[in-house]
Design a protein around this ligand. Sequence first.
Ligand SMILES: Cc1ncc(C[n+]2csc(CCOP(=O)(O)OP(=O)(O)O)c2C)c(N)n1
Length: 568
Amino acid sequence: MELTGAQIIWESLAREGVDVVFGYPGGAILPAYDAMLDYPIRHVLVRHEQGAVHMADGYARASNRVGVAIATSGPGATNLVTGIATAMLDSSPVVCITGQVHSRLIGSDAFQEIDITGITLPITKHNYLVNRAEDIAQVLREAFYIARSGRPGPVLVDITKDAQQQRCPFVWPADPKLPGYRPTHTPQAEQLADAAAWINQAERPVILAGHGVIHSGATDVVRALAERAQIPVAMTLLGIGGVPASHPLNLGMMGMHGEAWVNTAIQEADLLVALGMRFDDRVTGNTGSYAPRARKIHVEIDPSEIGKNVKVDLPLVGDVREVVAGILPAVVPAARPAWLQFIHDLKGDAAVRSVVNLPDSGHLYAAHVMQDLWHETEGRTIVVSDVGQHQMWEAQYYRHEEPRSLITSGGLGTMGFALPAAIGAKLAQPDAEVWVVVGDGGFQMTMAELATVVQEQLKINIAIIDNGYLGMVRQLQEFFYQRRYAATPLVNPDFCQLAAAYGLHAIRVDRRADVRPAVRQARALAVSAVIDFRVEQEDSVYPMVPAGADLHDMIRRPSPIAETGADQ
Ligand SMILES: Cc1ncc(C[n+]2csc(CCOP(=O)(O)OP(=O)(O)O)c2C)c(N)n1
């Protein structure tokens, strides 16, 4: 069959099982848009191309399928950059298709010509410039394979306008033909046996569960390992949901804003079993003093992560699910009462300090909102959080039971991620309840996508944690810059009027007693709702490990007495 390059794009996407793409048109991609009308693939018109990639990314994270974003050349392509980098840092499988100027104009600084493959080289897993229609199917076949295999990541395919217009025979390649790309590895049997032996010998082991646990669908085997050997599990931000929050061995989040008992357990451990995580600096603090008593087993699909940040004693390169399944048979059941009791005792102290356990002072704290949202929804929604203090409070107080139920930008920490990513998540899981948890700063970065919510008739609930500041930066200024609030106070629009302008339902909440009724109301509505939670303006996230400090060197919440006093 003879087709245009533009038609081949859609034929290829259909063969890859794509049901929705997120995009924004322009001249260089117009042949593809024109051809799109003849294919039964849903196109979501975004309001800014950054939103398109975040949507594709949110779609991928919610579903384990490849998300697709489309943009035109020049500014359309450059607007994708932050979204691509976000997907890269969090290993999210996304394919971006951009239009490029006519191949004869390349290199001439033609109107809307930009070297997007050059620009995105370091932030894509791979990218392509295609200038012949007959290469499009093969390249897209490869792009999808690369995006989803091994350690997933974004792939960009830049297609010249003439390649979209040319006609050629369409042949769907049987395989991606990438002889130099070997994304899967299997550890040797002796290594698996060593790992089991180390686990059996350990007295104070901790499992560190990262995003890879969720990517590889390893929840059940990780849980089996934890239960059989009674190993407590600490999670990275992106590992949340990998083990149910209600599981007795789930410790919670580790790292800069991890609870004190989690970080203390890591520092006291004699064995760390790191699964699909990469010892990011937000997780380790000072690597020189990180888990000094622990031998370290690192299970990781990407060999370049082994030994990158932390010296590892036993590397196991492979898929987390397969590796843990390989270790399990030789793991001997254990009880470890002393170790578990030690950690249990640490938790008591934290509960006393927690703001949600203080008497109601009449002030609304973001932690209250998170805890009440969790209670109302029973931890069964998809929460898409943005970046900042609210992101950490969400991670601390919303207790996730399921993998893929927390979607957030971890590695790049991209403000503006949440609303568009939630749109993608909702399209990937139409039956799921989706909540956006976003700061008043981050919301304003991509709030134009409210129009996309309306145009696509989506039901999403948006909780703005409105503290009148770029809160996380204000916190840094409070702790380390003598409260000199340079460029962090925000003058905001009236978010309720803004929501109403889009035809959405708006609720304002400034008392704790009103949180749960507002959540109930939002859930009951057919239309999307925006809740403006006016929270304490100068609250801080505790504990906090200052950047580069020792993991055990945490700033703790001031004592409850001082806290209550400050409230009055
Ligand atoms: C695109 C982008 N720009 C700047 C930052 C730096 N940054 C990290 S958190 C933060 C403040 C976020 O404020 P807000 O969205 O109101 O959330 P809050 O911390 O108050 O919960 C800033 C500016 C960032 N992460 N992303």
